[in-house]
Design a protein around this ligand. Sequence first.
Ligand SMILES: [Mn+2]
Length: 336
Amino acid sequence: MPKKHRDRDVIDKILHVLSASDRWLVLMHEKPDGDTAGCATALSSLGVRIGKDVTLGCPEPYPSKYLFMLRDIPHKVLESVPPDFAGDGCVVISMDTSNPERAVKKMHEAKERCVVINIDHHADNAMYGDINWVEPSASATGEMVTDLMASSEWGISPEEATALYVAIITDNGNFSFPSSSSRSHECAVLLMEAGAAPGLINEELETNLSVHAIRLWGRAFGRARVFAGGRCAIFWLARSDFDETGASKHDTENLINFLLRVRGVKLAGLCTETENGVRVNLRARFPMNAQKIAARFGGGGHVLASGCTIRKPLDGAISSLTAEMERHVSTGISGS
Ligand SMILES: [Mn+2]
């Protein structure tokens, strides 16, 4: 059984501060994903609903893919915590953000002026808040915010339930990643009872491809090559593929994940020709380490998902990458 990971004391403390504060600044992290956006949107919506002065802040524009959750909630692109955000009654809530470098700037200065609440599930969280609630066993920060809001006197509206459901499923791969637990499903039950509709949410998230993207993907799929005894696979896209299909550079999002679905493939790479060299997306299955390959070309990321840029013509970049991938699967099983 997964651990029942909820700290009631800290939840009560957070609810007390939220209740006592009139101005809420709810923050998302850089390169916002569904988890940070869903949590920040749900909490902001709650604040608006109970009459607080709420700002939803993000270091970048709110991601267009998730705009359906946002509705009329006031949101701003924020470089840093505004200097006038100070004094009693002001609270900053940072969502799904492991360290202040990933948030808007001046978080440390903000801490001297008001209460900073840090709600997150990353094990390496830097504990930068006045109140730190970090639960690494949660598959998404969305699970924690579901518990927080469900424990409050204010409850969860159908729109907030939708945003939290998005937070959870985008971070745990529709309950498919090892991080998914019985708790994740319990949260889903609670959110569905509060009005989240998985069918409609799936339609918003999954049925939004352009025909240009599909044509682009078709070109990449047609070039898929498996090597190193079936353990590695690559495909590639040239600049002309984008011009000829009418696709944009954003249309490669998630494309690489398909290559990792080929039976036996443990390490997958997508090479995309750009004006500044060849962009490489890498995906790995344990015990392969995509990060180590990316690092060989000056890139980085996570162990199972990384990226880099190879400053060579497309042909040369593909050869260098395949050689490095081959070397990794023959020597890198122990993660070296
Ligand atoms: Mn997350």
